[in-house]
Design a protein around this ligand. Structure first.
Ligand code: TXA
Ligand code: MG
Length: 318
């Protein structure tokens, strides 16, 4: 079910099936973009509404200009510096991109993922693959082959095993449909400052005017574990949650609190990169534990933590 047989993955894609693929961010559910029937299978497997567009994964910078047009210079600068990597551009599409991939919009999301076996697979296929995260709509994204199997069982015919994802949360998505400005549509591990540092100017804003582009990661409730997730700002708030559900709270804290009234506590790393690596992984462990709710201590309210703050707030009970 899961192994590292590239030829098998290739044959399945060529014959119109979906295959789960590793990327550096999270596992994706991939289909050949030139086969609408295969792309349809992604939507039905994920139970994803048809108007939610998919990210098109390419394996070379040249493919940017095949699948997108009117590309601003800053996109080439960012791609040269950060691809393959956890950054996705939304750009005007060319007619090689089926509207089915874009939810009927004229814009396509493009990314070159940083995983050698997936890049090799895309090159062997000779076409990009559409690949949303390999989880059911609204749920926590998978960061290991086993997570994908837990989500879909045998409904996904093959899981290409690339180990555990190094980044651990989804790519940063930016709106690249304007020549001289850009805004982050979905926060990830790369912040506006990271991108502006590459560009040497302040071009990317971390938030902006509400966009008309549809980004499903922007739904208020998303990335949700099965157990209700509560956020706490400090030990005191975590304690209150623990007291409301005696012995039924799984705590993900920023430091070890010896006096919290729960037997389940995992101390998360105090660094955004390492935290992201653990986030979905630990949420799944918490979900499977003998508890009923998850309590997460919010990390610092600074830009470096924005992607993680964003995922946590959308995962939380409101
Ligand atoms: O890290 C990632 O980006 C992962 C890995 C597998 O590459 N993929 C991922 O895909 O997170 P998905 O489908 O779970 O999220 C894709 C996001 C959605 O929020 C979607 O709305 C947005 O990208 N998106 C895709 N195409 C778009 C478009 N044409 N215009 C605006 N947003 C788009
Ligand atoms: Mg997703």
């Amino acid at each position: 079910m899961q192994s590292t047989d590239l030829t098998k993955a290739l044959h399945l894609l060529q014959s119109g099936n979906v295959v789960a693929i590793p990327t550096e961010t999270v596992y994706g559910l991939a289909a050949d973009i030139t086969q609408p029937k295969a792309v349809e299978k992604i939507y039905s497997l994920k139970q994803r509404p048809l108007n939610h567009p998919l990210i098109v994964h390419i394996a070379s910078i040249e493919d940017l200009s095949r699948y997108a047009q009117d590309i601003p210079d800053y996109v080439f600068t960012l791609a040269a510096a950060l691809w393959p990597g956890p950054l996705t551009f939304v750009l005007p599409k060319t007619n090689l991109v089926d509207p089915m991939l874009t939810g009927g919009q004229d814009y396509v999301a493009l990314r070159m993922p940083a995983h050698p076996i997936t890049l090799q697979l895309i090159k062997m296929l000779g076409h990009p693959v559409a690949a949303p995260s390999a989880n059911r709509f609204g749920k926590v994204s998978p960061t290991t082959p086993q997570h994908v199997y837990d989500e879909f069982g045998d409904a996904v015919p093959y899981i290409l095993d690339g180990g555990r994802c190094e980044v651990g949360i989804e790519s940063t998505i930016i709106d690249a449909t304007h020549l001289h400005q850009s805004v982050i549509l979905r926060q990830g591990i790369l912040t506006a400052s990271d991108l502006n540092k590459v560009l040497g100017r302040n071009l990317v804003q971390s938030t902006g005017e509400p966009t008309t582009l549809r980004v499903s990661g922007n739904l208020a409730s998303h990335y949700s574990p099965s157990h209700p997730l509560f956020l706490g700002h400090n030990a005191e708030e975590l304690r209150e949650i623990c007291q409301s559900y005696p012995n039924k709270v799984y705590v993900l804290s920023m430091q070890q609190y010896l006096d919290l009234p729960t037997p389940f506590q995992f101390v998360m790393p105090n660094d955004p990169l390492q935290y992201a690596y653990q986030l979905y992984f630990q949420l799944r462990i918490a979900d499977q534990s003998n508890t009923e709710v998850i309590a997460v201590e919010l990390p610092p309210d600074t830009e470096a933590w924005q992607g993680i703050q964003d995922k946590l707030k959308r995962a939380a009970v409101r």
